[in-house]
Design a protein around this ligand. Structure first.
Ligand SMILES: Cc1ncc(C[n+]2csc(CCOP(=O)(O)OP(=O)(O)O)c2C)c(N)n1
Length: 368
């Protein structure tokens, strides 16, 4: 008889719900300035999230997917990556993209319907090679595998990182992508944002396996589960996976367990399918307060700093909103400008038609 797998998946956690340390911290966490930086980013993206929802509600932006509750995942993943790596995002990834150089303005432009939101620069000033937001579920995983394959073929020490929701891991694309990454030993990291809900489908009936991390076993890659509300755990798991990938040892699957504290998107009303009890319980585990408590206890955070940070974040968000609202409107045909390097028929003729129609509607104004 051959045992093909005998595995235990434990959840990596350093800080409990109250921000107390539950096991010795990794050496890098001695750097409290770094943790304060993480906290500042987490508060900023949370402040932005609230404003983005308000913009949609007041008709100033399109449908928007909130990342409330996923701040530790996004900031932890984005902070751990090197500037040369490539991130392949899904729609709930504003925090990671922000860490990679996509500003709040870019995010608003994207959800405001402008492809300019996908063109941004890396923190080192170079044009980003990260991918645009992927809305079709799980397809981004195959894209990441492709990017990682290119890195391997070219002998580059870069890593492709992607994220996906818990529901998305039921799709073939995800399973194909991790299978390929395992078979070809690709420098690729798949992060599952397990926020317990796929719109109205709860995690419990999404998949029969006790963890999503164990899907890695079938692909022959390590699968780890982390507390996705604990940024120290997220960042640490990412460092391990990135080092592994850069050393030529292949891919890793990281399941980050958190909770979607918001509606699925602004087009959803979660009160129709889940009770307030579970949401209230999830608020007790949320990531921002947890890190704040830890920093307080470590003596590097206090109420004055908190007030100053809130004011700073509000000001930054307001400034970004003004920039977004003042951004020139794109002509309607721009929606066809980003699919192909050269537009093919019948799209090319349809684009011309659209320009003529728009000109007629606007009384003959010319379009770019
Ligand atoms: C291929 C495809 N099928 C269906 C949808 C519609 N859809 C949008 S989000 C979603 C649920 C995704 O849930 P999950 O993967 O858990 O991610 P979350 O939104 O919770 O982060 C579905 C089915 C889609 N975008 N793409």
């Amino acid at each position: 008889m051959t045992f093909t797998s005998k595995s235990t998946i434990t959840q990596l956690q350093y800080l409990d719900e109250e921000g107390n340390v539950v096991q010795p911290l990794p050496a890098w966490a001695d750097n409290l300035d770094l943790l304060v930086e993480f906290y500042r980013h987490m508060v900023l993206v949370r402040t932005y999230d609230k404003k983005a929802i308000a913009l949609q509600r007041t008709g100033q932006m399109g449908t928007y997917p909130s990342h409330l509750g996923a701040e530790a995942i996004g900031i932890g993943v984005g902070a751990a990556m090197d500037v040369e790596d490539v991130y392949v995002p899904y729609y709930r990834d504003m925090p990671t993209m922000y860490m990679r150089g996509a500003t709040m303005v870019h995010n608003m432009l994207y959800w405001g319907g402008t492809e300019q939101g996908s063109y941004f620069h890396r923190p080192d000033g170079k044009l980003s090679e990260d991918f645009p937001i992927c809305v079709p579920i799980a397809t981004q995983c195959t894209h990441a595998t492709g990017v990682a394959s290119a890195f391997k073929l070219r002998g580059e020490k870069r890593v492709a990182v992607t994220a996906i929701g818990d529901g998305g891991t039921s799709k073939g694309d995800f399973l194909e992508a991790i299978n390929c990454a395992g078979a070809w030993q690709l420098p690729c990291i798949f992060v599952i944002n397990n926020n317990q809900w796929a719109i109205s489908v709860p995690r419990a009936i999404q998949c029969g396996a006790p963890t999503l991390a164990q899907k890695a076993i079938g692909a022959g890659i390590p699968g780890v589960q982390v507390d996705g509300n604990d940024i120290i755990a997220v960042y640490d798991a990412m460092l391990t996976a990135l080092n592994r990938a850069r050393a030529g040892k292949g891919a890793t699957l990281i399941e980050a367990v958190s909770y979607r504290l918001s509606d699925h998107t602004t087009a959803d009303d979660a009160t129709r399918y889940r009770g307030s009890e579970e949401v209230n319980a999830a608020w007790k585990r949320e990531p921002v307060k947890r890190l704040r408590n830890y920093l307080h206890n470590a003596g590097v955070w206090n109420e004055d700093k908190e007030q100053a940070l809130q004011a700073e974040c509000n000001a930054k968000v307001e400034e970004a909103v003004q920039q977004y609202l003042n951004h020139p409107k794109e002509p309607p045909e721009s929606m066809m400008d980003h699919h192909f390097e050269q537009l093919v028929e019948p799209l090319a003729s349809q684009r011309e038609e659209l320009i003529k129609k728009a000109m007629r509607m606007e009384g003959g104004q010319s379009h770019g």
